[in-house]
Design a protein around this ligand. Sequence first.
Ligand SMILES: Cc1ncc(COP(=O)(O)O)c(CNOCC(=O)O)c1O
Length: 405
Amino acid sequence: DLHPSYLLCCFFGPILPFYERVIFACRDDPCPVKLNLSVGAYRTEEGKPLVLEVVRRAEQQLANDRSCDKGYLPIDGLADFNKLGAKLILGDDSHALEENRVVTIQCLSGTGSLRVGAEFLAKHHQQSVIYVPNPTWGNHPSIFTLAGLSVQYFRYYDPQTRGLDFEGMLEDLGAAPSGAIVVLQACAHNPTGIDPTLEQWEQIRQIVRSKGLLPFFDNAYQGFASGSLDSDAQSVRMFVADGGECLIAQSFAKNMGLYGERIGALTIVCTSEDVARKVHGQLLLVVRPMYLTPPIHGASIVTTILKNSDMYKDWTIELKGMADRIISMRQQLYEAIQARGTPGDWSHIIKQIGMFSFTGLNEKQVRWMAKEYHIYMTYDGRISMAGLSSKTVPQLADAIHAAIT
Ligand SMILES: Cc1ncc(COP(=O)(O)O)c(CNOCC(=O)O)c1O
């Protein structure tokens, strides 16, 4: 009969994911000019979180609407949200939507969509092997393993070129067993910031289809990468257009700034309306014992914005503003590094896209920069470009120069 505290101590051992260790080290650093570049959330030029103006207007409209209540949503969430969210990623002219081959259910943001999809696949898909990029978002392996899938990796990042290991990726996908699930980050790859070109996506699509692999898109940054919702959806739409099956995890955390509302959706594109109907029923059986029904507020905000053409337009303007600020930070950091004559080719800083940049700094250099310059990033050298501002770019460029030379 183990004493309860003994059990707890077994669980809360010293091993914290490196992500948390960096967060705590930064939090505990008393330096007034410390710089936290490890958090994957947008910050303004002033370093503050951003609530979009259009979100505030939508919330005001909801607050004034006396017909709104706080009753349970259905298990699959807010119907209008599901419909509008599916159109956002698949496109207004999607044949899959016209042919009723699409199932979309509201889930707890991107993470919840990935988990529900993984639980569904573990239960119904004939292959339990799921391939993820190497490297990938740190939470992917746990989400899929806990759902009962067996995680394998395909080559993705080439440390020599600090770019995509495209040949290695194709070779690994070509060697995957038929029916294996393949996780593809739709845009703004986390942690590398490296996306395939459209031509490369087409080659990836051909090998996935020819090998009978099942694509599972993680679409956490639509519109946030390039500033265009349609451009950032091209990889997904390329696959859906060929009539094959795929899963898509959607998040409104980054592109609508709704991190804490936990609003997202899982879309499964099927080969027929009849299969879609059966898949929908099975998804309800996954969700009900997991969390019964999803939260209403975030879904109401997104639906209010997506169904009102003026609010939708205003959202796209604010969204492009966030993407443009990050792109500007990339350009400013690259120029500051160049101005210091820091050895090496740093063009990957401006070639990469989205929230993150894989700097190529090693763990020793990252730890030294934290100690000497109070600059914090994950130990794999990933920095959140959203954490930078025009004022702090010189501080980071100085630190990189000192760490390299
Ligand atoms: C690729 C990817 N998928 C999914 C998600 C999940 O996002 P959410 O569940 O908030 O929608 C995220 C969120 N990233 O978290 C920040 C970080 O890596 O520091 C993500 O990056």
